[in-house]
Design a binder for this molecule. Structure first.
Ligand SMILES: [Fe+2]
Length: 213
């Protein structure tokens, strides 16, 4: 019967080789495989020039949508006043919906064989939505700022949707019309109603009628 000491375990060099294989290869660097702005053609029966034009437009909408999404989070955190709770929740709901749009737009760009913007610095260089101050603002200013951002996106989305339809890029047209435009229009309605100056408890007309008696 073989004793314990007779069993041959792995040699030192085997152990060293195995450990090498198990060690993560960190700090790797290489050139990018596709530069920004170039199309890696995919078999989607769409001309490369059409893909490039759509991706260019979509990256603009993406940068503006990321900015609007982040503006909602800023206002979600910084809102104040007697409507704090409802606006705190509404701003977060709209933030989540804009975040879904961000993913859909970015993945549409990748589906066209292009590269989507991703990082904050690149987004900041690209967006046309005015930069808000770092500090806290009053509710009507927060809402006005959001409405202005929505309108910028809606204006460019309508033009880009028409361009995509004319070029035969139905997928991009559908994304812009069915998702971007519809979601932004609905959010504009929810926000705008907060800027209608109506009394909260006593109707103005009832007040005037009782004063006239
Ligand atoms: Fe939160």
């Amino acid at each position: 019967m073989a004793s314990r000491s007779d069993k041959r375990g792995p040699s030192y060099s085997d152990i060293e080789e195995g450990t090498k294989k198990a060690t993560p290869l960190t700090h790797q660097h290489a050139h990018e495989i596709q530069p920004y702005g170039k199309i890696a053609k995919l078999p989607i029966a769409l001309d490369e020039k059409v893909c490039a034009a759509s991706a260019d437009n979509l990256n603009q909408i993406l940068a503006d949508t990321i900015t609007l999404r982040d503006l909602y989070k800023k206002h979600h955190w910084q809102v104040s006043g007697h409507t704090f709770y409802q606006l705190h929740l509404l701003f977060d709901k709209h933030h989540g919906e804009q975040d879904e749009l961000v993913d859909s737009i970015a993945e549409r760009i990748q589906s066209l064989g292009a590269i989507s913007l991703a990082m904050a610095a690149d987004v900041a260089e690209t967006t046309i939505i005015p930069r808000p101050p770092k500090g806290r603002e009053e509710v009507p200013i927060q809402i006005s700022r959001l409405l202005e951002a929505h309108e910028i996106i809606l204006r460019e989305a309508r033009t880009m949707a028409r361009d995509a339809a004319e070029a035969g890029d139905d997928g991009t047209n559908d994304l812009l019309v069915s998702d971007v435009i519809r979601a932004n229009e609905l959010q504009v309605w929810f926000l705008s109603e907060h800027l209608v100056d109506v009394p909260v408890v006593r109707a103005e007309q009832a007040k005037a009628a009782s004063a006239g008696r």
